[in-house]
Design a protein around this ligand. Structure first.
Ligand SMILES: Cc1cc2nc3c(=O)[nH]c(=O)nc-3n(C[C@H](O)[C@H](O)[C@H](O)COP(=O)(O)OP(=O)(O)OC[C@H]3O[C@@H](n4cnc5c(N)ncnc54)[C@H](O)[C@@H]3O)c2cc1C
Length: 205
């Protein structure tokens, strides 16, 4: 530890990754969550690792960011990812030509979008509508959010960080150049911490 401390309110994927990076940078980090790690949207999301294809036509900047992050997570967090692929399909009566714009935009954003034979797709995906007329396969995937969050929390812990569940961070304010004062309250026991690290007993992870 280099003497600098950080307090993070919220042990979702954002707070946990922030705690990991700051811990690796040598800071004394405590993450508070009013409930538990991954109890917010990070534990309840749809579980999709976006390829960015859905943004490619209207928001190419986000699309490029998505595929860059997608590829990075596939390299570094492959244990938490199922490479299912994702499909964009046009059903009977829909604008099949849109697939051309989508393919072009995906190519420009660096997203591989592969044309698929609808018959082959129906063999793979039994519950898909029989009315599928055109299909593109993109590198969407499934990411297991809870396991991923838990692993990031564990990494942060090993790097010296601390996560404290059932603790609501209710304020942080500057008390001098580069110094902050903060307050957290632990549910159940009613313990309130003012600028004092909670210590190892409050760090179950
Ligand atoms: C329905 C839905 C589906 C989604 N599906 C996808 C998807 O398929 N793919 C994708 O990439 N993204 C998806 N997202 C977006 C993604 O889930 C979120 O962007 C991401 O989980 C946000 O993480 P976070 O850490 O910022 O927030 P959260 O995971 O919500 O974490 C915030 C944490 O802060 C805690 N907290 C709040 N206030 C305090 C306080 N005062 N003191 C202490 N703790 C506090 C909460 O308990 C919570 O645990 C989806 C979002 C929603 C809503």
């Amino acid at each position: 530890m280099d003497g600098r401390a950080a307090v993070i309110g919220g042990a979702g994927i954002t707070g946990l990754f922030t705690s990991l990076y700051l811990s690796l940078a040598g800071m004394d980090v405590t993450v508070y969550d009013r409930s538990d790690i991954c109890s917010g949207t990070s534990g309840r999301f749809h579980g999709m690792l976006h390829s960015g294809a859905r943004y490619a036509v209207n928001d190419p900047v986000s699309a490029r960011e998505c595929i860059t992050e997608n590829m990075r997570l596939r390299r570094e967090a492959w244990r938490f990812i199922d490479d299912t692929g994702g499909y964009f399909v046009a059903l009977d009566g829909e604008d099949e030509e849109y697939g051309d714009s989508l393919r072009k935009a995906c190519a420009e954003a660096g997203i591989e979008a592969q044309e698929m034979d609808p018959e082959e797709l129906l063999r793979r995906e039994a519950y898909l509508s029989r009315e599928v007329r055109r299909a593109l396969l993109v590198p969407d995937a499934v990411i297991h959010g809870f396991e991923f969050c838990a692993a990031v929390a564990m990494e942060a812990r090993m790097a010296g960080g601390c996560s404290s569940a059932s603790s609501t961070a209710s304020g942080g304010w500057p008390v001098g150049t580069g110094r902050w004062r903060w307050r957290a309250r632990r549910a159940g026991t009613g313990t309130v911490w003012w600028s004092t690290p909670p210590g190892p007993t409050a760090c179950p992870y």
